[in-house]
Design a protein around this ligand. Structure first.
Ligand code: SF4
Ligand code: SF4
Length: 307
């Protein structure tokens, strides 16, 4: 047993908690042999739709040592965004992760603070921080690091906290003791599969991204096929259905980070309000918010499906 590595693991968990992370775990940086055939199959089936970038860096996605030379450990972190207040159901629905500020910025800032602490306490370390920004198979690493299991809806689920959290990673060139993966607690439940309006969950843990409402409303640049009209409930940016119905999300607790708080000026907008929003107003309103990603034209395209 490498006691230094064990001590590092304990320290990391403590520092992560102090910085407001929900959880933290570590795994050995190695080739993800179980993920390789799954990723290959997913791409072969064209489940990534127009997201061509998913085809890039196939090898790097599967081996963090190609992403960070000399990598020895992958640290996985969870950051809770579950909002205390939720949108009334008669309004155009926006995914909860997008209620507040851009998580890439908020969580990256937290990772930098953790990195600083690691460097201060452990001396010279090399590595990189990631928040949904590079070819890292986040869920697979979080599962390996014992943070939860991959639910049938594809999300990472934790018994104590559900699935409304962001995932982040730090890949480092030092050894940190590995955590032990947890067991799967989906059991015979199929609520997410049954509730998905576009049948995007083609089998447990496999989501056809090209049929997912999140893809249509955020990623897709081309026109949306009319055959989807009326099938999206009221989602205009992302979709939370398969998480909302998950029984484990009864254990979600509101985030303590006010940067992810409910923003009335965006979330209380009616269908008419959105339709009358000009491009200038949209830009001003969504500055620093994940909604800026879809741009005004994207939002108008999404709304058009409900005309
Ligand atoms: S996010 Fe919505 S559309 Fe996508 S898989 Fe889940 S329920 Fe289906
Ligand atoms: S809804 Fe049920 S099957 Fe789907 S992820 Fe949650 S527990 Fe698993």
């Amino acid at each position: 047993m490498n006691w230094i590595a064990v001590r590092r693991n304990e320290q990391l968990k403590q520092w992560a908690r102090e910085l407001g992370f929900l959880d933290c775990g570590s795994s050995k940086a190695e080739f993800l042999s179980e993920e390789a055939p799954r990723l290959e199959e997913w791409l072969k089936n064209q489940f990534h739709g127009e997201m061509q970038y998913m085809e890039n860096h196939f090898d790097k996605r599967l081996d963090p040592r190609l992403l960070v030379p000399g990598a020895k450990s992958v640290i996985s972190l969870l950051y809770n965004y579950f909002p205390a207040q939720q949108q009334p159901q008669d309004l155009p629905q926006i995914s909860k992760y997008a209620y507040g500020e851009d998580y890439h910025v908020v969580v990256k800032d937290k990772l930098k603070l953790l990195w600083d602490r690691m460097s201060q306490e452990w001396g010279q370390i090399e590595g990189r921080c990631f928040v949904d920004s590079a070819p890292v198979l986040e869920r697979a690493w979080a599962v390996k690091s014992g943070l939860g299991w991959q639910g049938k809806n594809g999300n990472l689920i934790q018994k104590r906290a559900g699935s409304f959290f962001f995932l982040a990673e730090i890949i480092v060139d030092i050894e940190i003791a590995e955590d032990t993966p947890t067991t799967d607690h989906c059991g015979s439940c199929t609520k997410c599969i049954d509730a998905c309006p576009t049948d995007a969950i083609v089998k447990p843990q496999v989501v056809d991204g090209s049929r997912c409402i999140s893809y249509f409303t955020i990623e897709l640049k081309n026109a949306i096929d009319d055959r989807w009209k009326g099938q999206w409930n009221d989602w205009v940016f992302g979709c939370d259905i398969c998480q909302d119905v998950c029984p484990w999300n009864r254990f979600s607790k509101p985030t303590k980070d006010e940067k992810f708080n409910y923003r009335n000026e965006i979330l209380d907008k009616t269908w008419e309000d959105w339709r009358q929003t000009t491009e200038e107003e949209f830009k001003k309103l969504t500055k620093g918010s994940p909604l800026s990603r879809t741009k005004w034209s994207g939002m108008m395209k999404n709304l058009s499906l409900f005309d």
